[in-house]
Design a protein around this ligand. Sequence first.
Ligand code: SF4
Length: 397
Amino acid sequence: MTVETLALGCRLNSAEADTMAALATAGGLRDALIVNTCAVTAEAEAQARQAIRRAARDAPARPIIVTGCAATLAPARWAALPGVARVLTNDEKLRAESWNAPEAPPPAATIRRARAFLEVQQGCDHECTFCVIRVARGASRIWAPDDVLGAARQAVARGQREVVLTGVDLASWQDGARDIAWLARAVLAVPGLARLRLSSLDPAAVPDALFDLWRDEARLAPFLHLSAQHGDGLVLKRMKRRHAPEVVPALAARLRAVRADAAISLDLIAGFPTETAAAHAQSLALLDALHPVAVHVFPYSARPGTPAARMPALHSDVVRARAAALRASAAGHAEAAARARIGATEDVIFETAREGITAQGLRLRATTDMPRAGLRAMRVTGTEAAILLGEAAHGAA
Ligand code: SF4
């Protein structure tokens, strides 16, 4: 009998799932499955429905509580699924009273993992034409600096050596004159923190001061994940994104100028309505220019009520083929990035006894069991596709 969680989609959902499990337990719930849904694509919703049906079949008496973006956008539809006892919207899911818990939670954070994904910002004020997240999560709002620093201290006290700052629109974190660069610098001052990572940033809003921090602070992971979405200017306009195509390579070059070992990771949408073959080729060219270590490719799927859903869509075969082409190119770049690390020594945080993550965001598999959550120097001895293979450096396990 436990309170189990299933989080789909973004890191924010993972952090919130752990926090909901803690609230549910504090409120006396002993046995339940909490499903934190995602609405970014139709595929993500289908995965959640499948998981709920399976859970209801396998444990008919166990209550299923559905939350998250998809549940917020269509609560009645999710409430009608077998085994669903409750549906909580994004607004309700982190409230103490929703779980009969005695007190409100700190910023949502993953507490059962080796790394702490820490929610510092929520919601979004932009209007990208393909997006329902801003509808599901509401207007942009932040956790105050003291709350964030308190949560970071708790993470270190739990033995988590890396904190990942996360949000829906992380780059929009602003508290008066203090921006995300200020917050990152403040979190890095938390005693005992070995590494800080920033999750996805909007290319239109990466502050200059972050590059100074990357230059000055080795514990800020040399990793830049950009929600690029596309490589073509006209498509970016039709997406109502706020950056021009040349901004993404320029940001990558700026980071690599201060951290030669920096790694780039991207979000890209394949098959956006009206996308031509030439426009698609621009996204492929962007990958060839940046050599990213990872790319999250989202096959475009029309989200109900969005402006893009009213645009002339491409045939689903074309969308699938273009997503496959982006994924194949991304895999090639990730494998090359991994091969380039052979012989290097990496600082790895182990998430399981055998697998961990490097500062650049690459996965490393150890040849022997390693202490979980510890930060270990590992020598890279080889690769398997985009996964590094490694052994403890200096001969010490
Ligand atoms: S920035 Fe755009 S894609 Fe991201 S949550 Fe906001 S509206 Fe959606």
